[in-house]
Design a protein around this ligand. Sequence first.
Ligand code: ADP
Ligand code: MG
Length: 283
Amino acid sequence: MPAAAAKLRLAETVKEADLVIDGVTMRFETREGAVTAVDDMSFSVERGEFVSIIGPSGCGKSTVFNILGGLVRGYEGKVNVGGDLISGPHPSIGMVFQEESTFPWRTVLDNVAFPLEVKGVRKAERHEKARHFIDMVGLNGFEQRYPAELSGGMRQRVAIARTLVFEPKILLMDEPFAALDEQTRLLLGDKVLKIQEELKQTTLLITHNITEAVQLSDRVIIMTFRPGKVKRIVDIRLPRPRTGDVVGSEAFGRHVAEIWNDLREEASRGMAESEAGARRRKA
Ligand SMILES: Nc1ncnc2c1ncn2[C@@H]1O[C@H](COP(=O)(O)OP(=O)(O)O)[C@@H](O)[C@H]1O
Ligand SMILES: [Mg+2]
């Protein structure tokens, strides 16, 4: 493609994209020397698209997540959110973290209503909105419970509802279901599919679970193990609207096999490295 045409095409995609990571590299200084966590990564997420990033533990996924959230500085390259070059958190972004992040001293209702409380929204209005999103994640009836009275999957849904209540245009999630068992994870996946259909948010999900990535995504970005680069981007050609049944289809199985094929090598390198690390510590 001639350079001018290539430039034009990039400009077009950037216009429609909500998230653009362009040549991002991030190095950390550690006691063992510099670690390149992310190496020259470029990708974009279109408006309304659901994209997953998959890669083995330690490949730089959370670093990408934190960079997009505007929580990390000192990287090379450019990050555009909703058309703006960012240098800190962008108001269009809502984040769901891997760690449990509910407030134990607040009921479900007051957990979910919290961002609106900070914004100064009146009690009746914020409770009404909170109830809507509590219903959306399937927790109606639990409004007056405390996090300690809920299962891990339910607490994670509270955290998701609390992020949704702010109605972010772009949703970033870092392994939100990692601590859950497979069945709960698949059921929560159904919920996420429904929410996505209703809100049509641009979503970037970080995961190390292949089933989850295929079930939910329009595209899956496979990362290499350290330094984290884009290894391949896979289009998930499964019809929408999707339901949980899609997991049993032949096309689903083919996508899972295809992704595992690429990921296996990276996962083995990750495993070899962590075993070598364990041996060094033992010695
Ligand atoms: N704040 C930090 N300081 C030093 N090293 C870090 C920091 N954050 C991440 N790293 C290193 O960068 C690499 C990628 O980490 P991370 O992005 O958390 O990976 P993932 O989320 O894929 O498991 C790892 O080697 C990790 O130890
Ligand atoms: Mg991580």
